[in-house]
Design a protein around this ligand. Structure first.
Ligand SMILES: N#Cc1c(N)n[nH]c1-c1ccc2c(Cl)cn(Cc3cccnc3)c2c1
Length: 263
């Protein structure tokens, strides 16, 4: 998998070199390339923004600079007709290229989104700042036939797309075979297929500062694995009910929907 990140703060992504992603990049499992958007400017001040058309506060990132950058990174000719043909031909060879544009106005990024993106051959992240990237940029690449995903990592406000790109990259890259040392850990996780939060985890010592698992959760130490699995599921359900009523509602709706289909 190739990951490209276009940003005016390339150093923001250097943290990826420290993580499993950096190791995966070293072994060729993941090719990570970070690009400085300003490399596609042509003025002395390397300008990437301008005032908003229609007025309003702040600055908006220029479509011309982003267009040149994304044409290069997506390996598309500037001519729209030739670009459409290139996208079609690439899709015909089974190569899946996705342009991810982090935005507060995006569809919510979830584990399902990560699982989907993990099947792409190339994911390009357009990380903007200021008040955002000119809206014609994602629109342009969608019209060329590029798979464009405008994504938000949650209902809170960040200053730009780089933090979101870090979150999405970690969630996606860890799903790629070979990236995680222990592939089993991808199976039993919060937001897993079961739609429940993860059960609480413990390790030695059994008794710690008065918290004695032999007293509070003796089943965990029983060696009775069916019992442990059952009690862990009970804990996962209790956590989900207490912390994520939205997930419980979704599970209930799915159950009722399945019941209707079976009737
Ligand atoms: N993904 C995500 C995400 C999230 N969950 N919160 N904020 C963002 C995000 C992503 C991209 C940008 C770009 Cl480009 C500029 N800003 C600053 C901003 C803040 C408020 C309104 N308009 C622009 C971004 C914020």
């Amino acid at each position: 998998m190739r990951l490209d990140v276009v940003t005016i703060f390339p150093d923001y992504l250097r943290v990826l070199d420290l993580s499993l992603i950096g190791k995966a990049a070293g072994t060729g499992l993941i090719d990570l390339v970070v690009h400085d958007l300003r490399d596609w400017t042509h003025d002395r001040h390397r300008t990437v923004d301008d005032t908003p058309l229609g007025g309003g506060a702040g600055m908006v990132m220029r479509p011309d600079v982003w267009g040149e950058a994304l044409d290069t990174v997506l390996d598309l000719p500037a001519d729209p007709t030739a670009a459409r043909e290139a996208v079609t031909a690439r899709r015909g060879t089974g190569t899946r290229q996705v342009l991810v544009v982090p935005t507060p106005a995006g569809e919510l990024f979830t584990q399902r989104t990560a699982e989907d993106l993990a099947h792409a051959d190339q994911v390009v992240f357009a990380c903007g700042r200021y008040e955002g990237i000119d809206a014609r940029v994602p629109e342009h690449y969608r019209e060329l036939g590029v798979e464009v995903r405008e994504l938000s990592i949650g209902d809170y406000v960040l200053n730009g797309g780089e933090a979101a790109a870090l979150v999405i990259i970690e969630a996606v890259a860890r799903l790629r075979p070979g990236v995680l040392g222990n592939p089993g850990s991808v199976v039993e996780e919060s937001h897993s297929e079961a739609g429940l939060l993860e059960y609480p985890v413990h390790t030695r010592p059994v008794a710690w500062r008065g918290h004695d698992l032999a007293v509070t959760w003796p089943g965990l130490l029983s060696g009775d694995h069916p019992r442990i699995a059952r009690e862990r599921r009970e804990q996962a359900i209790a956590r989900t009910v207490a912390r994520r009523p939205d997930m419980v509602a979704r599970l209930e709706a799915q159950r009722l929907g399945a019941g209707d289909r079976a009737a």
